[in-house]
Design a protein. Structure first.
Length: 256
């Protein structure tokens, strides 16, 4: 059974790698567009006044208040990126099937300049000041991929510094929804082991994410997950009741 467990995990890993490859290709393609000599990203000396909601915790006086921010004008393909020009991120996001955000560094924090991210389904993330460690890494020149939760959806997210005249001036963010549970559900539904066995998955809150008939229920009827080994494959034996009958079953597991 451990070999079957390995096969399931390898299948999920392949799907995960495909997502990372999509993000990498998208990041490289958008970087080429931003850096092209004709129509690429340009920063002018003109200052744009922006009313932004501050989530900059280093400034507690203005936290969650609207503040006035001045940012140097950014032009891309001859059009100003500040103040409501969403055409580029909307078009690229639709092509990608993912999320795209431009951050611009300002004296008052990291400004969400343009984004196709919507919170609560209808509130676009724009003209927002944030200050997160993960953004500071990118502003300092690091390019990386992290697993990030965006509006209740886990995404594989690329953070890529935006350089203008060889200086870090902003961040390009690209996020692809993982959909790993949905993908795994499709795979698991097709698999049975020895007539009565089947794969399932549960989370750190002891809730079944995938199960033929107990999805959303607790796994505590089988075991306390705190007792499971986290660094290796293992198995436990438990009594399972179904249709009034008690059966001994084995659970082979591995943390993912």
């Amino acid at each position: 059974m451990n070999a079957h467990l390995d096969d399931l995990i390898n299948t999920i890993n392949i799907y995960h790698e495909e997502k990372l490859n999509i993000i990498e290709r998208a990041g490289n393609g958008l970087s080429i567009m931003l850096n092209q000599s004709d129509g690429g990203l340009v920063e002018t000396d003109s200052l744009i006044n922006i009313s932004a909601k501050s989530f900059y915790k280093a400034d507690p006086v203005n936290y969650k208040k609207v503040v006035d921010v001045q940012a140097k004008q950014w032009l891309f393909q001859g059009k100003q990126l500040q103040n409501g020009n969403h055409a580029f991120v909307d078009a690229q996001g639709e092509t990608l099937g993912g999320l795209i955000t431009f951050f611009q560094q300002t004296a008052k924090g990291s400004l969400v300049l343009q984004s196709n991210v919507f919170f609560g389904g209808n509130i676009r993330s724009e003209n927002v000041l944030v200050n997160e460690e993960i953004l500071n890494r990118a502003f300092n020149g690091e390019e990386f991929v992290e697993r990030v939760r965006v509006d209740q959806t886990w995404t594989q997210s690329l953070y890529k510094p935006i350089k203008i005249n060889n200086r870090n001036k902003g961040i390009l963010y690209i996020g692809i929804p993982e959909n790993i549970v949905e993908r795994a559900q499709d795979i698991f539904n097709e698999i049975r082991y020895f007539n009565t066995g089947y794969p399932y998955a549960f989370n750190s809150n002891s809730k079944y994410l995938i199960h033929p008939y107990l999805k959303g229920d607790s796994i505590k009827h089988i075991t306390d997950i705190s007792s499971l080994k986290k660094d290796e494959q293992d198995k436990i034996r438990y009594l399972h009741e179904r249709d009034g009958e008690l059966l001994w079953k084995w659970m082979y597991y591995e943390y993912y």
